[in-house]
Write a protein that binds this ligand. Structure first.
Ligand code: SF4
Length: 86
């Protein structure tokens, strides 16, 4: 059972309500249910990684991330769950 749980934790893309965007080594996991399209991540990211599409944030340009860390903790609903740069 321990191996099963560890295995499932490693697969962030399969977490309930989370969506993983990745490009090469860069990745971010976002809880799309928590996202209210506040746009804080869109505003603060210098690389224009984030975009609001149909009322939810996307990170299709995660490959452009410059690892500045500015998006850490910026989301008011904590929808940015995990990010490779922080
Ligand atoms: S770490 Fe910086 S460049 Fe990368 S997604 Fe966050 S704000 Fe954008």
């Amino acid at each position: 059972m321990k191996a099963d749980r560890a295995d499932s934790c490693a697969k962030g893309a399969e977490m309930a309500d989370s969506k993983r965007f990745e490009d090469g080594d860069a990745w971010v996991e976002i809880d799309v249910e928590l996202c209210t399209a506040a746009g804080e991540c869109v505003e603060i990211c210098p690389a224009d990684v984030y975009e609001i599409v149909d009322g939810k944030v996307t990170a299709d340009r995660i490959g452009d991330c410059v690892e500045c860390g500015a998006c850490e903790g910026v989301c008011p609903t904590n929808a940015l769950l995990k990010h490779w740069a922080w």
